[in-house]
Ligand binder design. Structure first.
Ligand code: AMP
Length: 124
């Protein structure tokens, strides 16, 4: 079996189930490109996960496989979400984990948006 965040997309991962509506989430934002929801185990006062609606396992898979419109749509949505949550004034962090060395748990590409408080020195 492939390391999480590498290899083919597994449609049984937990974010795929959230996208299908099989399990609930605390939705923050949705448009044609992304779904954003609260992390179930928040590491900061603001901890939102931003996921593309289409199936990509990782950042590299996303940048290789997504259309220019989709890459733009996902990044612009992430910026809007950060702005709407008010973290641009106080500061924030956007990270993505990919593959075994990063500790990626869920093999569906996602951005973590962290903020709302002073964050520990990078890396968290
Ligand atoms: P990563 O290690 O980058 O793959 O991060 C996966 C994140 O998904 C972790 O921060 C988890 O707390 C979060 N997570 C796992 N299951 C759920 C869920 N059902 N709803 C919301 N967040 C989740």
């Amino acid at each position: 079996m492939a390391v999480k965040g590498t290899g083919p997309y597994n449609p049984e991962n937990i974010f795929a189930k959230i996208l299908r509506g099989d399990i609930p989430c605390k939705k923050v934002f949705e448009n044609e490109w992304v779904l954003a929801f609260q992390d179930i185990a928040p590491k900061a006062a603001v901890h939102v996960l931003i996921i593309p609606k289409k199936p990509y396992v990782s950042f590299i898979d996303f940048t290789k496989s997504a259309s220019e419109d989709e890459i733009s749509g996902v990044m612009k949505a992430a910026g809007k979400i950060a702005s709407d949550l008010g973290v641009d004034e106080t500061g924030y962090r956007v990270i993505t984990n990919a593959g075994e060395n990063s500790g990626q748990e869920v093999p569906h590409f996602h951005l973590h948006l962290l903020g709302g408080q002073p964050l520990p020195p990078f890396p968290v």
